[in-house]
Design a protein around this ligand. Structure first.
Ligand code: NAD
Length: 397
C-alpha cells in the first residue's frame, strides 16, 4: 500500500508469543505444552480426527513430555453460551486451577470454546460467559490471566489461534458476540497443515474463503496498520492460487500448507486491524439463519468489496496488480477486474452468490440489519446506515 511521505502512524501489534508451523509438527505438542504446565485440559473438536487416532497420539505426546491430560470433546457446532458455561463448570469441578494449561485441537469453533473456557476458569466474578459479553452482559472484564493455551487449528480459515477473542453465539435472544481480552491471545500456536487434509471439500472452501475475506477486510479496514497489511498481502498471494487446489484435491500438500499459513496470517491481521461489513453480516447470518461462518463471509465478500470500492480504490487497484495475471492502465478497471476475479473464485470453489441460495428467507433481512452492527462492522472503511445495509442485502437476495 502507499504510505504518503513514508508516513507511519502510531500502532500496537499483538501476536502469539510462539508459533510453530510445519507439516507433521504435531509431534512437538508435548514438548511445547510442557513449558506451559504439568496438567493440561485437552479439548478436541473433530470426530474425524478423534476416530483417526490423532487426538490419542496428541495425548500420548503430552504424557511422554510429563504432562497429564484430562480430555473433553467439543460439540459439533459453533460455540453457544451454554457450551462455554458447561465446559467452565466441568473443568472447575474437576479441579482446574492456575498453573494448569489448555491444549485445544480443532476448527475455529473448538478453539474459540477453549479460549473462552481458559479465560473464565480463572475469572470467577461472573455466573455465565454472557456477563462478560459487550452489550448484553454485566460489563465484566477479564482481569485475571487465562490458563495458558496451546492452540492447534485443524481447519485453515479462522485464524483464531492468533486472535484475542472468542465468538460466542446465542439463538434466543439472537446474538453472536466476542468474548474479548488482550490476554486471550493463545500463548503458543502449533500449525500442522497435515491436520487439514481430512477437512471435507465444502468446509475447505468455506474456511478458506473465511481466511481470504479476513485478509481483504483487515487490509482495507478503517484500523488497517502497516504490519497487518504486509501480512495480508503475503497471505493473499499464497491463498489466492492455493484455495481452488486445496478444494479440488485435499491431499495437495503445498496447497494445504499455503492455506494454513494464510489463515494464521489472517488471524494476526484481524486481531490488530479489525474487519468489515462482510464479517458484520456474517455474524447476523450465523444467528438468524445458522449459516456456517465461512460460507456467510464468502457470500458477502464481493458485495463488501463493491460497497467500499470508492473509498479504497487505490488499495484495491494495487491488490489487483498483485494477484491477477493481467493488469489494466486505469485504476477503476483494475478494481473491477479484482472484484470480478473474487466472484469467479467464489464460483470455482462452490460458493453461491445469492442469499436465498444459502437458505435466507427474504423477511429475515429485517432481523439481519440490526444484528450486523457488531464490532466487525465498526472496522468497515465507510459507515453504512441501516437503509444502505438493507438495500445491500435486498440486492443480494
Ligand atoms: P468449525 O470449527 O465449526 O468446523 C467445521 C466442521 O469441520 C466441524 O464439523 C468440525 O468438526 C470439522 N472439522 C474440523 N477440523 C476437521 C478436520 N481436520 N477434518 C475433518 N473435519 C474437521 O469451523 P471453522 O470455520 O473452523 O470455525 C468457525 C467458528 O470460528 C465460527 O464460530 C466463527 O465465528 C469463529 N471464528 C472466530 C474467530 C476469532 O478470531 N475468534 C475468527 C474467525 C472465525
Amino acid at each position: 500500500m502507499r504510505y504518503p511521505d513514508g508516513m507511519v502512524n502510531t500502532y500496537t501489534f499483538f501476536a502469539p508469543p510462539q508459533i510453530v508451523f510445519g507439516w507433521g509438527q504435531r509431534s512437538e505438542a508435548g514438548r511445547l505444552a510442557a513449558t506451559l504446565g504439568r496438567h493440561a485440559w485437552l479439548l478436541s473438536g473433530s470426530r474425524t480426527l478423534e476416530r483417526s487416532g490423532i487426538v490419542d497420539a496428541l495425548a500420548d505426546s503430552l504424557l511422554a513430555a510429563g504432562v497429564t491430560a484430562k480430555r473433553s470433546s467439543a460439540p459439533a457446532h459453533e460455540p453457544e453460551v451454554a457450551d462455554v458455561d458447561d465446559l467452565v463448570n466441568d473443568w472447575r469441578g474437576r479441579g482446574a486451577a492456575m498453573g494448569d494449561c489448555v491444549v485445544a485441537i480443532g476448527g475455529g469453533s473448538t478453539l474459540d470454546l477453549a479460549k473462552a473456557a481458559a479465560a473464565l476458569v480463572t475469572n470467577r466474578q461472573g455466573n455465565s460467559v454472557v456477563d462478560y459479553l459487550d452489550g448484553v452482559g454485566r460489563g465484566l472484564t477479564i482481569t485475571e490471566p487465562p490458563l495458558p493455551m496451546l492452540a492447534i487449528p485443524t481447519t485453515a480459515g479462522t485464524g483464531t489461534e492468533a486472535t484475542k477473542n472468542a465468538s460466542i453465539s446465542s439463538y434466543a435472544p439472537p446474538f453472536k458476540i466476542s468474548l474479548r481480552s488482550d490476554r486471550m491471545v493463545p500463548r503458543m500456536v502449533l500449525v500442522d497443515p497435515e491436520l487439514t487434509v481430512s477437512v471435507p471439500r465444502d468446509i475447505t472452501a468455506y474456511t478458506g474463503m473465511d481466511a481470504i475475506t479476513q485478509l481483504l477486510e483487515s487490509l482495507l479496514s478503517k484500523r488497517a496498520a502497516p504490519i497487518p497489511q504486509a501480512l495480508c498481502r503475503q497471505g493473499l498471494q499464497l491463498a489466492w492460487p492455493a484455495l481452488p487446489r486445496a478444494v479440488q484435491d485435499g491431499g495437495d500438500r503445498p496447497a494445504r500448507e499455503a492455506m494454513a499459513h494464510a489463515a494464521l496470517l489472517s488471524g494476526m491481521a484481524l486481531a490488530n486491524s479489525g474487519l468489515g461489513v462482510a464479517h458484520g453480516v456474517a455474524a447476523a447470518l450465523g444467528v438468524h439463519c445458522r449459516t456456517p461462518h465461512g460460507l456467510a463471509c464468502a457470500v458477502m465478500l464481493p458485495a463488501a468489496l463493491r460497497v467500499n470500492r470508492h473509498v479504497r480504490q487505490s488499495e484495491l487497484a494495487e491488490l489487483s496488480a498483485l494477484l491477477l495475471p493481467r493488469t489494466y492502465a486505469a485504476e477503476e478497471d483494475r478494481v473491477a477486474a479484482l472484484i470480478d476475479a473474487v466472484e469467479s473464485l467464489c464460483r470455482e470453489v462452490g460458493i453461491p452468490s445469492r442469499l436465498r441460495d444459502i437458505g435466507v428467507r427474504r423477511e429475515q433481512i429485517a432481523d439481519l440489519v440490526p444484528s450486523s452492527h457488531g464490532s466487525s462492522l465498526s472496522g468497515n472503511p465507510r459507515d453504512l446506515s441501516d437503509d444502505e445495509l438493507r438495500e445491500l442485502l435486498e440486492s443480494m437476495w
